[in-house]
Write a protein that binds this ligand. Structure first.
Ligand SMILES: [Zn+2]
Length: 320
């Protein structure tokens, strides 16, 4: 009987869990809230519960272990969360070891950007490519790179923290505590903060007066209706993304850039502006590289986490 892996995708707001087979198919998917403010032990307990529920759904099929995608920075080699800003207690916290004890299965830990890149590379938009970059644009910005047919991990598995490329001296404050990060300009959070700030000074705009109630989808909807401020905000977002992507072209020379995360659902509105800015900033031989959306949607991380478990623990399952 073919083996299964437990895949867990830990985010600042949600834990996604599933069983994943070797072909990347997702079974028994579940979602629950991340107890992000309740401390590391509460997060481990929630992950272990999702893992047990998933493993129970495997029935008599062997489970090889857990692939865990988690927000960084983390030491993927040692299984340690180093300094995750969005989860309380994730400072030098031995996440893999604690989850192994709580869930009763071996755990392979991976940075979430790299895990999702692996998912898209093995099973999604980057299938069959030797060189690709995956970028997730949502609350923050993360990603992973496949170079020469290998996933780039770097020291401690910390490569490709794309969101924290510094793009501006003394610029906007980032969630990481630094100023001027790419994420502080081009993430969904940054987009919304800019929209809320500018809408206060533009009484002519449909966005005016919404202030803190304003949402990202509302800005895109207003842009589709021709609202001048909304169009400016979408254009600015596309430009910031495109400039960041030009850096990625120069660094990794990918065959394509794959965009995932919540912002990718508005890719139609952003695409032209992204390409204009990216190609404007790229050296001529890089300008033909396409930008596409993730094929697996919000399952990129789960599929990747499953692949990581098979890679770490082989395909000969050890029954719990
Ligand atoms: Zn930062």
């Amino acid at each position: 009987m073919p083996n299964l892996a437990v895949a867990l995708d830990l985010g600042g707001t949600q834990i996604r869990g599933a069983l994943v087979d070797e072909a990347g198919a997702i079974l028994a998917r579940q979602v629950r809230r991340t107890p992000a403010r309740e401390g590391a032990d509460a997060v481990v307990a929630a992950l272990a519960q999702v893992s047990r529920d998933a493993a129970a759904a495997a029935g008599t099929r062997p489970v090889v272990g857990i692939g865990l995608s988690a927000p960084g920075p983390l030491d993927a080699e040692k299984g340690i969360a180093l300094a995750t800003p969005t989860i309380a207690g994730f400072t030098d916290f031995p996440l893999a070891r604690n989850l192994e004890a709580a869930a009763g299965l071996p755990v392979a830990l991976e940075n979430d950007g790299i895990a999702a890149a692996i998912g898209e590379w093995r099973f999604g938009a980057g299938r069959g490519k030797s060189h690709m970059v995956y970028v997730t644009v949502s609350t923050g910005i993360g990603g992973g790179a496949v170079v020469d047919g290998h996933v780039l991990r770097g020291r401690k598995g910390m490569a490709t923290h794309i969101g924290h490329m510094t793009v501006m001296h003394g610029g906007e404050l980032c969630v990481c505590g630094n100023h001027g990060c790419f994420e502080a300009y081009a993430s969904g959070t940054a987009f919304l903060a800019r929209a809320r700030r500018l809408s206060m000074h533009r009484p002519d705009s449909a966005l005016s007066g919404l202030n803190e109630a304003l949402t990202g989808p509302e800005v895109f909807a207003a842009a589709r209706d021709g609202d001048e401020l909304a169009c400016e905000l979408v254009a600015e977002e596309a430009t910031m993304l495109g400039l960041g992507f030009a850096n990625l072209l120069h660094l990794y020379s990918p065959e394509l850039i794959v965009v995932g995360g919540g912002m990718s659902s508005e890719f139609n509105a952003l695409e032209a502006g992204i390409l204009r800015a990216m190609r404007g900033a790229a050296l001529a031989p890089f300008r033909d590289v396409p930008v596409v959306t993730a094929a697996l949607g919000d399952n990129s991380g789960l599929s990747g986490a499953g692949a990581i478990a098979y890679q770490a623990f082989g395909t000969n399952g050890t029954r719990r």
